[in-house]
Design a protein around this ligand. Structure first.
Ligand code: ZN
Length: 134
C-alpha cells in the first residue's frame, strides 16, 4: 500500500475545563497536523494524490475553521462570555484535546473523499495524538 503524508501548521487557543492541572486555564498552541492518505494503486500521474490537493483541503477546514480560533467544549461556562464579548470561538461536543482535533481533521478529509489512514496532531515537539479508524 502506498501512503503520503502532508504536514500542516496552525495555532489555536483552548482550555480543558475538567483538567486537574494547568490545562484548565486558557492557553494556546502552535501545532503540526500530519495527514496520511493511502492508496492501493497510484493515479495516472504516479501519485497517491497531489500534495497540493491535501493542502487545498486543509486550507478549507484547518486554516478557515481551526487556525487562530478558540476551541471550547460546548458546556464550558466561557461560551456565553465569548458570545457576549463577540469573540470568535468554536464550541465542540467533546473536550478540545489534540486527540479530538485529530479526529475532527480525519473526519473532514474522509468526508471530502480522501482515504485517510491517520491524522497525527503534534501539540508540542514531544507530544502528539493520533486518530485512525483501524
Ligand atoms: Zn492545551
Amino acid at each position: 500500500m502506498y501512503s503520503i503524508t502532508k504536514e500542516v501548521y496552525f495555532c489555536y487557543g483552548h482550555r480543558l475545563m475538567n483538567h486537574p492541572g494547568k490545562c484548565r486555564h486558557i492557553h494556546g498552541h502552535s501545532v503540526k497536523a500530519a495527514i496520511t492518505v493511502v492508496a492501493d494503486t497510484l493515479d495516472e500521474q504516479g501519485m497517491v494524490c497531489d500534495f497540493s490537493s491535501i493542502a487545498a483541503a486543509a486550507a478549507e477546514f484547518i486554516e478557515t475553521e481551526l487556525d487562530h480560533n478558540f476551541l471550547l467544549h460546548r458546556d464550558d461556562p466561557l461560551v456565553p462570555l465569548m458570545e457576549q464579548a463577540k469573540q470568535r470561538f468554536m464550541a465542540l461536543p467533546e473536550h478540545p484535546t489534540s486527540e479530538y482535533l485529530a479526529k475532527l481533521i480525519h473526519d473532514f478529509f474522509k468526508a471530502k473523499g480522501y482515504r485517510v489512514r491517520d491524522v497525527t496532531l503534534w501539540e508540542t515537539s514531544s507530544s502528539c495524538a493520533s486518530y485512525s479508524e483501524t
